[in-house]
Design a protein around this ligand. Structure first.
Ligand SMILES: [Zn+2]
Length: 419
């Protein structure tokens, strides 16, 4: 093993593989991107929540990723992301993961020690006043009270991230993993001036983050397109990149620090803005996808027809009848209109083409149904309960599942973002 610190490359793609059968098909998308001239670092992510719902362990993610890398002869870096972990949940990931998404959203707005807040503001007079950052045409104007308010809101969260980071260092050692701090699973977005204060605090805390996942403006619902103000998103995304470039220089954060876009799959309407911003600033990005791959598995089953299609219909029927339970953990990141969900008996009569048309994320197809898509997205517990019966069909329908998984990542994600 090399003693070089682990550093993640400029462009990386988080990929979720709920049932650990798609790693090769996912990696094939990165290989295709490389042949087309762009290096994409694959990062397999699976959150503690997903492991709990499925009943799997992080070692299975490691085994699937390593096997895919070996099978396809991938000779570049790849990572395993302990996704959305905290002090209570990190331990089962520590042995196998080398990327840690330290989720401190629950600590935002919890009261920080007032003395620590005052000390922070005293230490950072440069954050008060008129700040002109390269690349941002309107300077930020902040008062001491503004910085105090922001520090009071985020300082405890940053201190918690420090605790988790040092806990992981205690096991793995400095430089043996890529640390990310995530603040996306909270109610309100962080503005670019807030991000600057957060990054100053992270630098003070001594966490050498390589990626940061703020909550962006707009809705990032699971498995469907972005909903929000595209102009405002683009402005804030650009401003965030400038804030990061400034913080790297000013506070000595790692030079490769980049934004991490969570729930980044399927956000087709903001990809052009992200692409423009990356080109304009020469910046990197981590785009995290997860459940979009599980949806492609179900599409692959349906496309195969026969027993595969029958199982896809059964998953829909079960998901529909357990909708409340399935939606509960994801309540803040889905918007399902129940009146747009067809009865199970109706779906039972569908052809492969109808089922695939409803589920595949092609907004130009009149059959496409974003409500079905979100329901199936959160419905993976149904397949987990089917156990070997589900996995057998994944094997039986390997060709169509793999083709859909690869095609989705390459054509709908990597191509509009990076190629
Ligand atoms: Zn997240």
């Amino acid at each position: 093993m090399s003693s070089q610190p682990l550093v993640i490359g400029k462009f990386s793609l988080g990929m979720g593989d709920r049932f650990a059968h798609e790693a090769e098909a996912q990696l094939a998308a990165c290989l295709a991107a490389r042949r087309l001239g762009v290096e994409i670092v694959p990062v397999w992510n699976k959150s503690n929540r997903e492991h709990n719902i499925i009943g799997s362990e992080p070692t299975s993610t490691r085994a699937a990723a390593d096997a895919a890398v070996k099978a396809l002869g991938w000779n570049a870096p790849y990572f395993l992301d302990a996704d959305h972990i905290g002090l209570k949940t990190v331990d089962r990931f520590v042995g196998v993961s080398d990327f840690f998404t330290i989720d401190v959203a629950d600590f935002i707005a919890q009261p920080a020690d007032p003395a620590a807040v005052q000390a922070f503001v005293d230490r950072h007079p440069e954050l008060v006043g008129t700040l002109s950052l390269a690349g941002i045409d309107r300077p930020f104007t902040t008062t001491r009270a503004d910085v105090e308010r922001t520090a009071a809101k985020f300082l405890l969260a940053v201190q918690e991230a420090g605790k988790v980071y040092r806990h992981i260092v205690g096991v793995k050692g400095v430089g043996r993993f890529v640390p990310e701090i995530s603040m996306d699973e909270t109610d309100s977005p962080q503005t670019p001036p807030e991000l600057l204060v957060i990054l100053a605090a992270i630098a003070d805390e001594g966490v050498p983050i390589q990626t940061i996942a703020p909550k962006f403006t707009g809705r990032f619902n699971k498995g469907v397109d972005y909903v929000g103000d595209l102009t405002q998103f683009e402005r804030e995304f650009n401003d965030d990149l400038c804030v990061i470039a400034h913080a790297v220089k000013r506070y000595g954060l790692p030079a490769n620090l980049k934004l991490s876009v969570h729930s980044g799959s399927d956000k087709f309407s903001i990809y052009p803005a992200i692409r423009r911003a990356l080109a304009k600033h020469g910046a990197g990005v981590h785009v995290k996808t997860a459940g979009t791959t599980w949806l492609e598995e179900v599409i692959g089953l349906a496309e195969a027809g026969g027993a595969g299609l029958a199982l896809a219909k059964e998953i829909y029927a079960e998901a529909l009848s357990h909708m409340d339970e399935l939606c509960q953990p994801y309540a803040t990141v889905i918007d399902i209109d129940r009146t747009k969900l067809p009865a199970a008996a109706v779906v039972q009569t569908w052809t492969s083409e109808q089922f695939v048309g409803a589920l595949r994320h092609d907004q130009k197809n009149p059959l496409y149904n974003a409500h079905i898509r979100q329901l199936i997205h959160v419905g993976f517990k149904v397949a987990a309960k089917m156990g070997p019966r589900y996995l057998e069909q994944l094997k039986a329908c390997r060709e169509s599942c793999a083709r859909n998984v690869t095609g989705n990542l390459l054509e709908r994600h990597i191509r509009p973002l990076f190629l």
